[in-house]
Design a binder for this molecule. Sequence first.
Ligand code: SF4
Length: 135
Amino acid sequence: MSLADHIRTESARLAALCTACGECVRACPMVPYAPGVAESGPEAVAAGLVDVLRDGPGTEAARAWIAACTRSGVCTPACPERIDPAFMLRLATWRAKGALGAAPLIPVKEDPQLPARVKAFARLTMTEEEQRAWL
Ligand code: SF4
């Protein structure tokens, strides 16, 4: 399975499980730094995140939350469905940055050295078969 297919499959799986209860948003320490998130309310922000996972544009507040994520993981134990919201955010970040070929939904910081660093690290951790499929 390619990385793009993995992103699509996992996005669909987690979007189907998420109830948009907003507990992950309530737990998130980055909310004060994400414009519009506190005003929109946790449930609406979570619903916007799920929309991004389903190929939608999300909402302005959901996109701000995605862009503000620092991968603290504080959200994960807060989820009553035992989904991993931090992984959902990661998937949404990839999607919002255009990883599947669509126009980016959030600002993308250009780093021309990043692909080389990612590949070097991946070669240390992946099997030969995974490298052939993913790199
Ligand atoms: S806490 Fe879990 S179920 Fe609730 S919105 Fe977040 S990911 Fe979805």
